[in-house]
Design a protein around this ligand. Structure first.
Ligand code: TYD
Length: 224
């Protein structure tokens, strides 16, 4: 494959993205694809340094605009240091959260001005739009239950997980609205199903997407 493929995984808390990314990566590597698994906030040394500031809540007192800028700073570094080089050398990049999380968490539920958010997004991604985005959809009551189980009831929820149920509901709606607005890029996955069922849906969607892009590339390479 000349150019790689960039896939992002989005959704609310406890939707099972990380488990599914691991399973997909294993399957793709077995088929000899070169796979890079990464996440946001973080994924590069610079972005990982910013991750702690965001998830600990250290930036929370300075407001959602400040947080949006920090997520964007982390994203820009991650894109230029990790994602773009990997896609350019033909790898498949699987990224746990990306720009849609900023649109939803900082833009919609954080209330940061949409024009400002769009500008910030463009600066942060610098053209690196995902080829495909899987939106893991789950009722937040179930998602938060799973997230609590995963981290253990005695550990503290992070800055964003600890917010109230109405905010998590609003985020779910916002992710679904993105999927409805961008149906060519986004696929909604019912994350309430059992992990094997979700895995089958994810695998089918990703391999179909890969075939489509390979066919497109071949058509371009051999004009009729
Ligand atoms: P993390 O524990 O890494 O991920 P997850 O919830 O996917 O298991 O937490 C990342 C948190 O940061 C999550 O609550 C969503 C939030 N977030 C934003 O608010 N904006 C962003 O742009 C990104 C990438 C994440």
């Amino acid at each position: 494959m000349a150019r790689g493929f960039f896939i992002t995984f989005e959704g609310g808390e406890g939707a099972g993205k990380s488990t599914q990314i691991e399973r997909l990566a294993r399957k793709m590597r077995a088929k000899k694809y070169d796979v890079v698994v990464t996440r946001e906030p973080g994924g590069s040394p610079g972005a990982e340094a910013v991750r702690h500031v965001l998830l600990s809540g250290a930036a929370e007192p300075f407001g959602p605009k400040m947080e949006a800028l920090l997520f964007a700073a982390a994203r820009s570094d991650h894109v230029e240091q990790v994602i773009r080089p990997a896609v350019d050398r033909g790898s498949i990049v699987l990224c746990d959260r990306f720009l849609d999380s900023s649109r939803v968490y900082q833009g919609v539920t954080g209330g940061v001005d949409p024009v400002f958010m769009t500008t910030l997004e463009q600066v942060a991604i610098n053209g690196m739009m995902p080829d495909m985005t899987l939106i893991f959809d789950i009722d937040p009551v179930e998602g938060l239950r799973r997230a609590t189980l995963r981290r253990g009831a005695h550990a503290d929820a992070d800055r964003f997980e600890k917010e109230n149920l109405a905010i998590h509901q609003a985020r779910r709606e916002a992710f679904l609205a993105i999927a409805a607005a961008e149906p060519r890029r986004c696929i909604v996955v019912d994350a309430s199903a059992d992990p094997n069922t979700v895995e089958n849906v994810v695998t089918a969607a990703v391999f179909a997407g890969l075939e489509a892009i390979t066919a497109q590339t071949n058509r371009r390479a051999t004009p009729a």
